[in-house]
Design a protein. Structure first.
Length: 383
């Protein structure tokens, strides 16, 4: 249940909007149009087929996203309650209603990203109820205005990166003779060196583990030695944010320093060898068998160490950001870094930190190469 002390969380009681978990609102909240569309479709299809279709439509976005989208349904229906908008006009919502809604509740109050999430939720809600969506030029122009009027406080500051120093301090305070700390170190090195998302490596909770989504100890692996003598280790992740069910491969490279992802992973697999292949990859051995390492447990352990060492607490996404920045600062070609982090779009640029140091590395080297080539050509011409 939402915090009822906030005005926008209090809706007028209605059998059309049962009190359900946020993630269930998309499929559970109805309007008169919902029943009209169901009656129309039932003349051609059975209730089972229609229900299956709705479930498939709802599955077009991740289950976790349903909880975020639910905020749009809540705010929209509160707005309609407040301004006495009839139930029959809430779906299909006219473009004017959608535009007035976001201009009233969004402009000057929240970020453009929040408004986009609200509208995405409303659009999905329309889709699962087979209602047309009337968002067009007028709504698009209104959204642009909302973005321009977004308060500075709504813009989230860029997350700080996990640096090499953070990693060294983390390593010094972990007990690698301990099975849990060994798993934590392996996760930290893999996330940082491979520029990986923590969601690809760790489970949210023991109950949320799903072998079709979460990487397991028995996942496909590949080992080898590159022509430069560096060992590498590859792991197949069954599901990723961008590639979804085909999954993708993570590649760790031996670095011969304090933060060696290959060595960290091999140590974890050795000290936790009693954990079955069906368990999550970073599960760790205990006196009674084994236990899940969750994302929250991992981040909490890291931050406890960093805070005790005088560092500020960091967000889990800082590993991916920090690993990316570290490679760029050491002159690794941006295209190689992009491949390491498995980016396929310009979103990769959002992860750059210390740009004032990174750009001179590549611009300076390019100019030095050009100058050297120009001088060589000049010398050849003088012969």
């Amino acid at each position: 249940p939402r915090n009822s002390s906030k005005a926008y969380n209090r809706l007028k009681p209605s059998p059309l909007r049962p009190h359900v978990l946020a993630k269930d609102r998309i499929l559970s909240w109805r309007t008169p149009y919902s029943f009209h569309s169901l009656r129309s479709l039932s003349s051609s299809f059975s209730p089972e087929l229609i229900s299956r279709w709705q479930t498939v439509l709802a599955s077009s976005v991740e289950a976790d996203t349903h909880g975020s989208y639910a905020a749009g349904l809540l705010r929209f229906n509160h707005f309609c309650d407040l301004h006495n908008i009839p139930e029959t006009q809430r779906m299909p919502a006219s473009e004017a209603l959608l535009s007035v809604f976001i201009s009233s509740y969004g402009a000057g109050h929240v970020s453009s990203g929040t408004v986009s999430t609200w509208l995405a939720g409303l659009q999905l809600w329309h889709a699962v109820n087979f209602a047309p969506w009337h968002g067009a030029a007028l709504l698009s122009r209104t959204r642009k205005g909302v973005s321009k009027l977004a308060p500075p406080s709504s813009r989230r500051l860029p997350r700080d990166p996990v640096t090499f120093n953070h990693m060294v301090v983390l390593r010094a305070h972990l007990d690698l003779g301990n099975t849990r700390d060994s798993a934590i170190w392996a996760v930290a090195c893999t996330a940082w060196r491979d520029c990986a998302r923590l969601g690809e490596l760790l489970v949210k909770s023991a109950s949320s583990f799903n072998s079709t989504r979460n990487v397991t100890r028995g996942c496909p692996k590949g080992r080898g030695v590159a022509s430069n003598g560096h060992k590498f280790l590859r792991l197949k992740v069954p599901w990723t944010k961008t590639r979804l069910s085909p999954g993708d491969w993570l590649t760790s490279t031996e670095t011969f320093d304090e933060v060696d992802a290959v060595a960290a992973m091999e140590h974890h697999l050795h000290v936790n060898s009693s954990v079955p292949d069906s368990a999550p990859l970073f599960a760790y051995a205990t006196s009674s068998g084994w236990s899940h390492l969750t994302r929250s447990d991992f981040v909490s352990r890291c931050n406890d160490i960093w805070l005790s060492a005088g560092f500020a607490a960091l967000n889990g996404h800082g590993f991916r950001i920090g690993g990316t920045t570290h490679l760029l600062l050491h002159g690794v070609d941006p295209w190689i870094v992009m491949k390491q982090g498995r980016w396929t779009s310009a979103a990769f640029l959002l992860y750059w930190r210390n740009v004032e140091e990174i750009l001179p590395l590549f611009i300076g080297d390019s100019l030095d190469t050009f100058t050297s080539l120009r001088d060589s050509v000049a010398r050849l011409k003088s012969l």
